[in-house]
Design a protein around this ligand. Structure first.
Ligand code: NAP
Length: 515
């Protein structure tokens, strides 16, 4: 039984717990449980012990802690890669995306934090006069919230999900109560264990709940914040929780999303479009919130693009990630395998398969024991009339082609996702790129314009850069994380301070400029 880290102690939950398995063999690796824990006391300890200790520190000092955590993780990387293989069925590439993503984000925020210097409050803008003369002035200051930051994460990014949130929260000076998804908690657990053993954070700054969320939200209070990542259904439950509403708790939700890529009518970069689509379908076996689910192509190019996609997908070798040639491992559990099958059955009502990898051999000792899913490319029979392809996120190596007649149709189809994390547009037409950015902005947290000129620099459609905001409107959760220093606002309380000019100017001078 993996222990929880609460009130600076490692405590095992009671009961049978939830099993964590190896999705290749089905073997049980560990169990998690939060049964028997006093979650109200855990939150209170974070608020009352971790909060004051972190708020004492300046941004520069907190940044040093993040840097030390990143260095520790670099030294422990081989062990983490092994856990990612065992508990998430990750290939080397998949595990790197999660683990190196976590390390990169920590390092990025360590650097930003050191730039904020030796202060522990920030300002939003400069002082300005309020009255007829300059004697009375105002400045917007921001200070760390005095509650705990509750981080609830999804199963698909146990490392990155944990640390992209924790990095921003700790830098802001707010203690973290992190809850990884139960099924893949082993990696997050090991990383927290290592940070605790290395004594890198003040007491109470980090709490780990390995197991179910239980009654945690019944104990939240007004100064707390909740950063949630997961499905839209669970996000709605978190947002609608009675205590969360009653105490007006600040909530950020990162939920699921029907992301799109559009091949511009002008574009000759078919290979770029194909490589983006195939990578997004197969990286982490399609279990990425930002993965391409809908690929929009000009009807006139449908045959050419479909053939190129078929050829690329035929090369993807599925199997046990421990085997050298395997490019795509299983999904994380038998439950997720069933969920992909159920989703495919729903999409089948309005799509036809154009590539079905399920006849290819699976490179594993006993494929029947694993949670393997073949890549599946579908084509919508009538993209405009379809509804499931714009609504059901099949969380696996699945995408649907949507042929369009005009770019206006393409924009309208992309918007049918009711709010997405990201849409990419492959085009070399500057006017189209501008129209796309402005038209897609309302329904996307991120818009990426791609063509041959950015091939070398392109991190990929699905890569979340800590310098850019991550989140999306509507069903994507209506949230916003990261975005460099912008990410700190969620954890800070902004206050307009008004007073005599010299007092206000002195306060402003002792703060760091956040915007
Ligand atoms: P999920 O079932 O919604 O679970 C997410 C987290 O919520 C887990 O830690 C889960 O704990 C917890 N949880 C379950 N019931 C809860 C409740 N009543 N109140 C509060 N928390 C509760 O999602 P998932 O299956 O782990 O993750 C896959 C989904 O996440 C996909 O839809 C994907 O698109 C989305 N996702 C979005 C982003 C993004 O940044 N937008 C990133 C990654 C994933 P247990 O595991 O213990 O049940």
């Amino acid at each position: 039984m993996l222990e929880n880290y609460v009130e600076c102690r490692w405590i095992a939950g009671t009961g049978e717990g939830e099993p964590l398995t190896d999705p290749v063999t089905g073997e049980e690796l560990a169990r998690v449980s939060t049964e028997g824990l006093d979650l109200g006391a855990a939150l209170a300890y974070a608020r009352n012990t971790g909060g004051p200790a972190l708020r004492e520190l300046t941004f520069a000092a907190r940044a040093k802690m993040l840097d030390a955590i990143a260095k520790l993780f670099i030294s422990r990387r081989p062990a983490y890669m092994e856990i990612a293989r065992a508990n998430s069925g990750n290939t080397e590439r998949d595990a790197s995306f999660d683990i190196d993503g976590a390390i990169g984000t920590l390092r990025y925020y360590a650097k930003l934090g050191s730039g904020l210097g030796d202060t522990n409050h920030v300002r939003d803008g400069e002082p300005f006069p309020l009255g007829r003369d300059a004697s009375l002035q105002a400045v917007h200051l921001a200070t760390p919230r005095t509650g705990a930051a509750i981080h609830i994460n999804a199963f698909n990014f146990p490392a990155w999900g944990t640390w992209e949130k924790a990095a921003v929260s700790l830098l802001a000076g707010v203690p973290v109560v992190t809850k990884p998804a139960s099924s893949t908690a082993l990696l997050a657990w090991q990383m927290v264990r290592d940070v605790v053993d290395a004594n890198l954070l003040p007491a109470g700054a980090l709490t780990l709940l390995a197991g179910g969320v239980r009654d945690l939200l019944d104990h939240v209070d007004s100064a707390d914040v909740i950063a949630f990542t997961g499905s839209a259904d669970t996000a709605a439950r978190v947002r609608g929780h009675q205590r969360v509403i009653a105490r007006a708790v600040r909530v950020n939700c990162e939920a699921d999303s029907l992301n799109a890529i559009i091949l511009g009518p002008d574009s000759t970069d078919v290979d770029l479009f194909v490589s983006e689509t195939v990578r997004e379908m197969t990286l982490r076996t399609g279990q990425k919130c930002t993965a391409i689910r809908r690929a929009l192509i000009p009807r006139a190019k449908a045959t050419e693009v479909t053939e190129a996609l078929r050829a690329a997908l035929a090369n993807v070798r599925v199997g046990d990630p421990r085997k050298a040639d395997v490019q795509m491992g299983p999904v994380v559990s038998k439950r997720q395998q069933q969920s992909v099958r159920d989703g495919l059955a729903q999409l089948a009502r309005e799509t036809s398969p154009v590539f079905d990898g399920s006849n290819a051999a699976i490179d594993a000792d006993d494929p029947s024991r694993g949670a393997f899913v073949a890549p599946m490319l579908l084509e919508a029979r009538d993209p405009g009339a379809a509804s499931a392809v714009h609504d059901i996120e099949v969380f696996g190596p699945v995408a649907t082609l949507l042929p369009y007649d005009s770019i206006e149709d393409a924009f309208a189809l992309a918007a049918r996702g009711r709010g997405s994390l990201v849409t990419s547009v492959v085009t070399s037409d500057e006017t189209l790129a501008r129209d796309a950015a402005l038209r897609l902005a309302q329904t996307n947290g991120r818009v990426m314009i791609l063509n041959e000129s950015v091939r070398a620099a392109n991190p990929g459609h699905g890569t979340v850069m800590p310098s850019c905001i991550h989140g999306g409107p509507g069903r994507a959760g209506a949230g916003e994380e990261l975005g460099g220093l912008r990410g700190l606002w969620f954890y800070l309380q902004r206050t307009a301070v008004q007073g005599p000019e010299s007092y206000v100017r002195a306060l402003a001078a002792s703060s760091a400029a956040l915007s």
